[in-house]
Design a protein around this ligand. Structure first.
Ligand code: PMP
Length: 383
């Protein structure tokens, strides 16, 4: 019929046009990723429209929650650590080797996923005060999970120390098949190098090399160090800003060169624990991954829990973006940085993971947006 002929000629023309556009973009036809590991990296960078409008700057978000394996930037890190261990002959697939790690969750989920993909087992030690979604997910992935009472780093029951000890026990036990490998995300240089070779170059390419500030929190420090080490030599005028939750010592490390506020009275709080609802960022000790890029961090912004919760609600209300607590802290610090730089600047930050991983803890406290519509930026910043 005429209608069908017209439709066919319209679609034919459209296909021609789209092929042309794809070629112009350098897209050379179909590309099927080889397994879930090949879906790690190359995450989108998009503009957060509401925050850009409210600040007069461009606030851009690297959507790391879209990483293909475990849904966080830790996919890059887990793959990098496993690949290095394989190259060094410390891990052999399908030989009974077990990867041990101390993590608050994201790294464990990425490791557990990749261990399945590559023929290892994962044994995860984590504090027992984190959102239960994460340990539930780890168990579904078939990882062994040890949830431990929060303890200072000098305590042998602290989760990182426990993971290291478990790996050593395994290797020493001749009755067990395979070896134990301690991944050690806090001190392992394969962590920051994953961001130096992945996240950093991607941001550079996606922005055409125009970035006025990069803002990120630090849990191990791998992200902020790796991205800063890549971008700073290329963009010497770009500011690197640490987004630090309340109770974390890194703010003072950047501002004053010490971990703890010298004005603070000794013994006023338990210093080994970062006293915040935020998970994944903020730390009260110096890690090799943070130190790798520390000289390149220009400034730090402290974000309290109320601001983090208000920003999380804002992002849902205005943009339909549902993220976890560390992403929310990053966005508060990105807005503060934008307001300091003034209109017309471009600020890049990271959205680390989905709010779905934080329903039972952070989002249970953050509430919903019901009855709280029409938030203003001051409502987020001045709480
Ligand atoms: N967000 C979340 C949810 C995390 O789990 C982590 C890592 N612990 C980070 C942010 C911080 O990343 P990094 O370890 O690279 O500093």
């Amino acid at each position: 019929s005429n209608a069908r002929a017209a439709a066919r000629s319209t679609t034919d023309r459209q296909v021609q046009l789209e092929d042309h556009t794809l070629q112009a973009r350098g897209d050379n036809g179909p590309h099927i990723p080889e397994g879930i590991e090949a879906c790690i990296g190359n995450t989108p960078l998009f503009k957060i429209k509401s925050l850009s409008e409210a600040t007069g700057c461009e606030i851009l978000a690297k959507a790391e929650f879209l990483n293909g394996a475990g849904g966080s930037p830790k996919d890059r890190v887990a793959l990098s650590m496993i690949q290095l261990a394989e190259e060094e002959g410390l891990l052999t697939p399908h030989a009974g080797d077990v990867v041990y790690e101390g993590t608050v969750g994201s790294t464990g989920i990425s490791l557990a996923t990749l261990c399945r993909a590559r023929g290892y087992l994962a044994h995860i030690c984590m504090p027992n005060d984190q959102a239960t979604e994460k340990s539930d997910l780890l168990l579904k992935l078939g990882a062994e999970v040890e949830r431990l009472r929060p303890a200072p780093i000098v305590d042998q029951n602290q989760f990182v120390n426990k993971a290291r000890a478990r790996a050593e026990e395994h290797t020493a036990d001749s009755s067990r098949p395979g070896r134990g490998f301690f991944a050690d995300q806090f001190e392992n240089g394969a962590n920051w190098r994953a961001h130096f070779t992945g996240t950093g170059p991607e941001i550079y390419r996606q922005t055409g090399g125009r970035v006025d500030a990069f803002v990120a929190g630090a849990g191990t420090g791998g992200t902020i160090s790796g991205v800063a080490l890549y971008l700073k030599p290329r963009l010497p005028d770009m500011k690197v800003v640490l987004a630090d939750p309340q109770g974390s010592g890194l703010f003072n490390r950047v501002k004053y060169g010490v971990m703890f506020d010298p004005k603070e009275r000794e013994g006023t709080r338990r210093r080994h624990q970062v006293d915040t609802i935020v998970e994944g960022i903020g730390i009260n000790r110096v890690t090799q991954n943070f130190e790798a890029g520390r000289d390149l961090v220009d400034d730090a912004v402290r974000v309290n829990d109320e601001q983090a919760k208000a920003m999380a609600r804002w992002l849902v209300e205005k943009d339909g973006i549902f993220v976890g607590s560390s992403s929310s802290v990053n966005c508060v610090a990105a807005v503060r940085t934008a307001l300091e730089l003034g209109p017309g600047h471009r600020v890049v930050t990271i959205l680390c993971d989905s709010g779905a991983r934080h329903l039972s803890k952070f989002w249970a406290k953050a509430g919903s947006i019901g009855g709280k519509a029409n938030t203003k930026l001051e409502d987020v910043l001045n709480v």
